[in-house]
Ligand binder design. Structure first.
Ligand code: ADP
Ligand code: MG
Length: 688
């Protein structure tokens, strides 16, 4: 149960004054659904303003507050251009206050002729006059009426203005309770950090490193603590010690020899499964490193002991592909492998559920559908989770609960995770690395191409297809509105169809009905169709060895980790593979650096480290896609700086409070876990 003291923070957004049905959607887009979300909606930056006596004191580009008197209105002659208010400062110097669109109507009201007003905004030069475009504030008297000279700038969404959001944030800050302190007092003292409530109020007022660090630390601490609780709980649990005799694995007829890294990982997994506690292991291996066969061997190990295994995939496409691959690989073993997705209904579904219950199905592959209550197993011994970063720890625990908390768990990820983040995001697990690719993989020729050369790229694609080879064409999801992104992908789909012929191109994106998506995907996978136009749904796992060209549009919009994942879709067959990164015109420094790195290296770990570093640089554009960290408050820089200390602090608390979070600081720490929604950690406590 959530501690009462937190209840006001978890109240729904519409308990704030001014939140009605109309704001629900724009607020939801920003994740602002509860009061606490507003308090934790932190400014991107601050506008620092200076109050000046005359325009001559301000610099071009500076944000100022100055007293001005409107002298003249100038509407554009066509009626379509901007509306200008010509105004004078007290010294008689002139400036144009420029308004576009609907704002023109209010300009006259805000700035009546011959009446002085305090105006806040950014000074710009326009030709040989000064101008201010859309002044931020206009007030009748006193610069102070314009609010702080330091104004927070918040992330906004369509339909939500700063003027609307600001008072909601103010309300949320006003009701923050005082919370008991969960941070070690010596840490607080050494770093000079404020208490929680004060810290949260301060970060909205001005740039404040101490306050911001404290809040980031809270999040890292809660996360580390929750993972430690999971780990401790796991050690206490009994699990079936599984040691298969190899009779099924002997029947496997693999067309290749395992790599050294695969053999080592399998040995580590077998070692864990032989223990009388549930395994918690993360198998980390770059795209194409061969995780599937490792998973299969672990599953066969369980089945040899009369257990069942479940493989959870993040998407339906991937579940289908896994199902097909496993069936193919395990053909000679007689193992029964079923596929269960949300789409299976009626009798087919019933028969799978029966098979899981009576044990005639040994392996089930599926999406979240295998979580559902109606699904019961006879004896689930191993849960494999592919692309584990798509699922939260909470979801994983839920699946384990299905096996009465005793199933072994193997999580897999192709996302190379920098060491610092590994501890933060997967600190509860042991890690096996597949740091060696199967032999014979050829490097992928990666080139950066200006989008102006689109015609050449399309001509190249045509030649590629004429040679009987296949290609991916990826369009990014970059717009505020998903519809616009889909329009872009569909438009590309149409133009490519015109060049390559309508039967040669297919399209996959998230908005398609699942059966259409699968059908299109299958046409590409079978080779019937040469080109797959896709949004990033192809990101994980898809394996089509005959595809040897990858084109990524607006590549600068993607994070490095994601570009790396996408590129990993090619280079899987015998042919030389090419990856073309199309770049737009407005290329930022960071964007440029990312693309250069992609050209330079194919080492996923190096790219992951660089990704973290570049994101730490605070670039805003293009980060939406760059792979999420599990943190909302802590920035990549703060993760790097503070994680280890937070981790140690959590460890210390675990030791002192005997991993049951007893005593006053233990109580406080529980509050932190609930606050950061890491309460699955608390629920594992014996008394929790
Ligand atoms: P990922 O780690 O990305 O899930 P997969 O398991 O899909 O990789 O394997 C990628 C490809 O490599 C598959 O076609 C698989 O059959 C092949 N493969 C896996 N292990 C080996 C190996 N030891 N030698 C050669 N090919 C392998
Ligand atoms: Mg895979």
């Amino acid at each position: 149960m959530r501690p009462d003291i937190l209840n006001p923070l978890f109240a729904a957004a519409d308990s704030l004054k001014g939140v009605g049905a109309k704001l629900e959607k724009p607020l939801g887009k920003l994740g602002l659904t509860r009061v606490k979300d507003f308090a934790y909606h932190l400014p991107d930056r601050f506008i620092e303003r200076r109050q000046i006596g005359a325009l001559a004191e301000g610099g071009i580009g500076e944000h100022v507050i100055v007293r001005l008197t409107a002298k003249q209105y100038r509407a554009s002659s066509t009626g379509r251009g901007p509306f200008r208010v010509v105004a004078e400062d007290d010294a008689g110097e002139r400036i144009a206050l420029t308004y576009f669109g609907r704002a023109s109507y209010s300009a006259k009201k805000l700035l009546p002729l011959e009446e002085p007003r305090w105006v806040a905004g950014k000074l710009e030069q326009y030709g040989d006059t000064l101008q201010m475009v859309h002044p931020d504030h206009v007030a009748e008297d006193g610069g102070a009426a314009l609010g702080q000279t330091c104004e927070p700038v918040y992330p906004l969404s369509d339909g939500l203005t700063a003027g609307r959001l600001q008072p909601l944030i103010e309300q949320s800050l006003a009701i923050l309770p005082e919370l008991p302190e969960w941070i070690e007092p010596s840490v607080m003292a050494k770093r000079g950090w404020p208490a929680w409530r004060e810290a949260l109020q301060r970060v909205h007022r001005a740039r404040d490193k101490a306050a911001s660090d404290r809040l980031a630390y809270d999040e890292l601490f809660a996360s580390a603590l929750a993972l430690m609780l999971v780990r401790a709980d796991n050690r206490r649990r009994k699990g079936p010690a599984i040691q298969g005799d190899g009779h099924l694995r002997d029947k496997l007829d693999l067309p290749f020899a395992l790599t050294g890294a695969q053999r080592r990982s399998i040995a580590e997994i077998e070692g864990d499964m032989a223990q009388p506690h549930p395994m918690l292991r993360l198998l980390q291996g770059d795209v194409g490193s061969g995780k599937t066969v490792v998973a299969l061997l672990a599953m066969l190990n369980a089945i040899e002991c009369g257990k069942q295994a479940a493989l959870l995939a993040p998407t339906e496409i991937l579940a289908r592909q896994h199902h097909a691959t496993l069936q193919e690989m395990a053909r000679g073993t007689g193992v029964e492998i079923a596929l269960l997705t949300g789409r299976d209904k009626g009798r087919a579904r019933e028969s799978i559920l029966m098979g899981l219950l009576d044990g005639s199905i040994h392996i089930v592959v599926g999406t979240h559908a295998i979580f559902q209550e109606s699904v019961s197993y006879r004896d689930l011994g191993l849960v494999v989770i592919d692309e584990q970063h798509r699922f939260g720890v909470g979801q994983r625990l839920m699946l384990q609960q299905k096996a009465k908390g005793t199933a072994h768990c193997l999580a897999m990820t192709a996302t190379p995770i920098p060491r610092t983040l590994l501890l933060a995001q997967h600190g509860e697990m042991s890690v096996s690395q597949l740091d060696e690719l199967p032999p014979g993989r050829k490097p992928i020729d990666t080139r950066v191409v200006a989008v102006e050369r689109m015609d050449d790229v399309v001509a190249g694609l045509l030649r590629h297809v004429e040679q009987g080879k296949q290609a991916y064409w990826v369009c990014p999801m970059v717009h505020e509105h998903e519809r616009e992104d889909l329009a872009a992908a569909e438009e590309r789909f149409d133009t490519l169809k015109q060049v390559l012929g309508p039967d040669n191109v297919t399209l996959v994106h998230g908005q398609l009905r699942p059966e259409i998506k699968d059908e299109n995907m299958a046409r590409f996978a079978s080779g019937e169709c040469a080109v797959l136009v896709a949004t990033t749904v192809i990101e994980v796992g898809v394996n089509v060895p005959n595809a040897s060209l990858m084109v990524i549009e607006q590549a600068e919009r993607f994070g490095l980790a994601q570009l790396h994942q996408l590129r990993g879709r090619v280079g899987r067959g015998a042919a030389e593979s090419v990856c073309l990164l199309l770049r737009g015109q407005a290329l930022s420094e960071t964007g440029r650096e990312r693309l250069a790195l992609m050209r330079e290296t194919q080492d996923g770990f190096r790219l992951a480290e660089e990704d973290l570093r570049l994101r730490g640089g605070g670039e805003i554009l293009g980060t939406r896609q760059s792979g999420e960290t599990a943190f909302h408050v802590a920035s990549p820089e703060q993760i790097t700086d503070l994680l280890e200390a937070a981790h140690d602090d959590a460890q210390l608390l675990m030791d002192r409070a005997s991993s049951e979070l007893e005593g006053p600081r233990g109580e406080a720490a529980r509050i932190a876990l609930y606050l950061f929604e890491r309460d699955y950690g608390v629920q594992l406590l014996r008394g929790g």
